[in-house]
Design a protein around this ligand. Sequence first.
Ligand code: BES
Ligand code: MN
Ligand code: ZN
Length: 478
Amino acid sequence: MEIRILQKSTAANLAWILDDASKLSLVTGLSETELKYASDVLAADQTFVTINRYNGFSFVILVKNKKTANQTAEAYRKAGAELQTVCNKYKLAEIVLCNTTSLPGAAILTGEGAALANYQFLKYRTEAKKLTNSLQRILFTKNSATVKEVAQLQTTIDAIYKARTLVNEPLSYLSAEQLAAEISLMGKEAGFKVTVLNKARIVKEKMGGLLAVNRGSIQPPTFTIMEHIPKKALNKKPIVLIGKGIVYDTGGLSLKPTANSMDRMKSDMSGAAVVAATMYAISKMQLPLHVIALVPATDNRPGEEAYVPGDVIAMYSGATVEVLNTDAEGRMVLADALHWAKRYKPELVVDFATLTGAAAAAVGEHGIVCMGTADDAIRQAFHESGNRQYERLVEYPLWDEYGDQIKSDVADIKNIGGATGGAMTAGKFLEHFTDYPWMHFDIAGVSFQTARKGYQTTGGTGYGIRMVLDFLAHYGKA
Ligand code: BES
Ligand code: MN
Ligand code: ZN
């Protein structure tokens, strides 16, 4: 998707964005009958007007203000998704957005919704050409967006497309090694440094958690390290992002029930996709922050050598873990990455993981479950970013009692905490491997959609990327 400012003075297909029907008076280039028609449609409580003119289409989109500014922003994104559908229906290659509202960002928000909605994953379709959306370009009139906003939107959209594609790629293509290779390519393109630790190096480091999960696999694990170092950073010590990179989760020997529960498990590396895309974007945008990202990756399978319930695993940190369910594998690989992060003496560590069905059950597909030990200002900033981007957060507690639930009789801790409080007992497990300010984002409910929903396309969503990018863009600026 190409996103830019319109340079010519004329446009074939124009979408006028209104926050009130009275703004029709600002619409230019329509005949009196066309304006009358648009006004009648809006008066009949419709919000989308299509005018088919001899030299192109004109659309009038009315988005009324909602209760809060953030809800209004989301309404513009959703209107953009609707516009995208219509553009493709009429086989348009290009649409120009023109803002007449009192909100300066209205066109950008609409464009963001349209661009996100236009994503497709056609790699494995033999009729890919025929199925490709006609819409190729989203343009803004000079008064509707700034050059900087447009460049940022382009980068954000590119990053989210890449993340969605990584999630959509099946295990048959995206092994742990391939994931590392894809991240290396993203590093080359955007300019951040990528180092991939192979199995021999992971063994040498004694990353017991990652190796335990990998034991049932026929393919080696990887541990990928990304680094963005700006010339002048606002942060003294690095921010570390960690993404769960389980390229497929069968549950291992604690096999998931076959009926449906594995269907979306190629998406169990969504956390890795979020952090890789975030590195891509901050590096392209040249954000003045020192940021490192870590992705421990493997599939989780019940092969001959697989780790078994009852095993005691010596983790990278030296702590011992009694494995009582091999399906609680995400925390095993994340623990080693969380321990690795200590070497940087980080200012903040943030992890993204499709960690628990419990988090998905609790808030559904409408938000992220988060928890952590970072201070109030950081948590507040995350919540604000989540609300602004409509990738909202629900914070859960890390009470000591959840920690009691993962006490083991034979090891330091066990990898499951019983029938209740699953999102928090998983959080407590992770906390065990931290000694720095930390936030955990459980994206199990939001990372994958089985059908299109507004600007979220079927499959990987990239949910969380806009939230964390917004957070980083505001970081250190008080
Ligand atoms: N990858 C799953 C969590 C998940 C479930 C993500 C559904 C997306 C949709 C994770 O590895 C897992 O299996 N978690 C278990 C933990 C349990 C065994 C303690 C779960 O939530 O059931
Ligand atoms: Mn699992
Ligand atoms: Zn998993």
